[in-house]
Write a protein that binds this ligand. Structure first.
Ligand SMILES: C[S@@+](CC[C@H](N)C(=O)[O-])C[C@H]1O[C@@H](n2cnc3c(N)ncnc32)[C@H](O)[C@@H]1O
Ligand SMILES: [Zn+2]
Length: 373
C-alpha cells in the first residue's frame, strides 16, 4: 500500500510516498531508516576533514535525505555546489518540495537532475563548472559496480569517493562465482568474511582508479548492519598507483590451527602441515586514517554512533590484516580463554568492529595459544 508520509531524520523533514513495508526497490521513493547511521557518519567525516568548498555529487539520491542533511549539517565552508540526481521520474518535483518543506532556499548552488546516474556523473561540464567533483556518494541497491567507473573518472584530485555496497552475500563468498565475476577475487565464508569482503571491494574500486592513474586510498572503511562502506581519498600519480598495487595480496587461512598470513601466492602450506585456504587478491593496506577516526570519535555529535566510532578508533591503532576470534580459539583448542579485557592486555591486542569476540594483534597463533594457556 502506497501512502504519503512525513518522515523526520536529524531535523530534516521528508514528505514522500512510501510503502508501509520493508524498504525495497519498488518503493515510490527510497528511504531506509537503518541507513541513518551511514548518513550520520558521512556528515561527521566531511565535517572532520580539511576539504572545503566542495562540489558534491549524489547520483543515486533516493529520497534526497543525505544531500538535505549535508545542506543543513555541514559547516558553512564545506559546500560550493550540491548536484543531486535520481532516475525516478518525479525526483525533481519531490526534491524541490522537500527543499521548501525544510526552508532551504533553492539557489544556483543546488542542481537537481533526473538522469541515469552514469550520464549524470559524466555530463556536468558547463562554462561555469569543470565537471569533476570533490565528493561523490555512490549509494546503490546492492552492488556499486555499474557506477564505479564513472565515479572514479569524475573524482577530483584530493576528492573523496564514498561507496556503499549492500551485496554482502556476493562479497563474503556465498556465491564464489559471483564474487569472481563481480569483484575479480575469491572470498570464503569463514569468521573473517566481513573483513575480507570489505578488502575485496576496496581492491576492486582501486583497480578501476588505477586505469586512470588515480590512486584511491581508504580514509575510513567498515562493515555495519547489512552493508560495507568505504571512503577513498583520491591522489593523482603513477607512483602512488604502483604503491597501491603493491598492497594487493592474498590472505591465507588455516582452519586446522587458525593461523593466518598474507602472501603474494595463494597455494602455500601452513607450518602445521595443512594447505592454507585463500581469500583475495584483496587490499592489505590500512582501513583507517587513524588521525581522522580519532578526531571523529572525539567530535561526534551523534550519541548512537559513539560506541561504534570508539571501536573503529581502537582498531585503527592496530590496522593489520585479519583477526583472531576468542570463541573460535576456545572451541578449537578446548581451553577457556577468559574474558575479553584481560585477553586484550595479555596479547597486546585491540577489539575489532568485525566481531564482538574478535581481536587484532601482531602476535601469531602459536604465541597466542601459549600466552592464553
Ligand atoms: C539505495 S537508494 C539510494 C538511497 C539514498 N542515497 C539515501 O541515502 O536514502 C538507490 C536509488 O538509486 C536510484 N537508481 C537506481 N539505479 C539508478 C540509475 N541507473 N540512475 C539513477 N538512479 C538510479 C533508485 O531510484 C533509488 O532511489
Ligand atoms: Zn595451520
Amino acid at each position: 500500500m502506497i501512502k504519503e508520509s512525513i518522515i523526520t531524520e536529524q531535523g530534516i523533514i521528508l514528505n514522500i510516498d512510501v510503502l508501509h513495508k520493508d524498504p525495497t526497490k519498488k518503493m515510490p521513493v527510497f528511504y531506509n531508516p537503518v541507513m541513518k547511521s551511514n548518513r550520520n557518519i558521512s556528515v561527521l567525516l566531511l565535517n572532520s576533514v580539511s576539504n572545503k568548498n566542495m562540489n558534491c555529487a549524489f547520483p543515486l539520491a533516493g529520497s534526497g535525505i543525505r544531500p538535505l542533511r549535508f545542506l543543513k549539517e555541514l559547516k558553512k565552508s564545506k559546500i560550493d555546489t550540491i548536484f543531486v540526481n535520481d532516475k525516478k521520474a518525479d525526483f525533481v518535483t519531490m526534491f524541490n518540495n522537500n527543499l521548501t518543506l525544510n526552508k532551504i532556499t533553492k539557489t544556483n548552488s543546488i542542481k537537481i537532475c533526473t538522469d541515469d546516474a552514469n550520464n549524470f556523473l559524466l555530463n556536468q561540464h558547463t562554462d561555469d563548472f569543470c565537471g569533476y567533483f570533490d565528493y561523490i556518494d555512490i549509494d546503490p541497491f546492492g552492488t556499486p559496480n555499474p557506477f564505479i567507473s564513472a565515479a572514479v573518472s569524475q573524482i577530483k584530485r584530493h576528492g573523496i569517493l564514498a561507496i556503499t555496497a549492500t551485496d554482502t552475500a556476493a562479497l563474503t563468498g556465498t556465491y564464489p562465482r559471483v564474487t569472481k565475476r563481480k569483484y575479480w577475487a575469491t572470498s570464503s565464508k569463514n569468521y573473517m568474511m566481513h573483513e575480507t569482503g570489505l578488502r575485496v571491494l576496496i581492491r576492486k574500486v582501486q583497480l578501476q582508479g588505477i586505469q586512470f592513474d588515480k590512486a584511491l586510498a581508504p580514509l575510513l572503511s567498515y562493515h555495519k548492519d547489512h552493508y560495507f562502506r568505504v571512503y577513498f581519498k583520491h591522489e593523482n600519480g603513477k607512483e602512488k598507483c604502483d604503491k597501491i598495487i603493491k598492497q594487493h595480496h592474498y590472505l591465507l587461512y588455516c582452519s586446522t590451527c587458525l593461523n593466518h598470513t598474507i602472501s603474494r601466492f595463494n597455494r602455500e602450506i601452513c607450518s602445521c602441515g595443512t594447505q592454507f585456504s585463500f581469500m583475495g587478491p584483496l587490499w592489505t593496506g590500512k582501513l583507517f586514517d587513524s588521525k581522522l577516526i580519532t578526531s571523529m570519535a572525539k567530535n561526534n555529535p551523534f550519541p548512537e554512533e559513539q560506541k561504534f566510532l570508539d571501536i573503529l578508533k581502537e582498531e585503527s591503532t592496530k590496522d593489520v590484516v585479519g583477526f583472531y576470534d576468542l570463541h573460535i580459539i576456545e572451541k578449537k583448542y578446548k581451553f577457556p580463554v577468559g574474558k575479553m579485557e584481560p585477553a586484550l592486555k595479555t596479547l597486546d591486542a585491540v577489539r575489532t568492529h568485525f566481531s564482538l569476540t574478535g581481536i587484532k594483534t601482531d602476535i601469531n597463533i602459536k604465541e597466542i595459544i601459549k600466552l592464553l594457556q
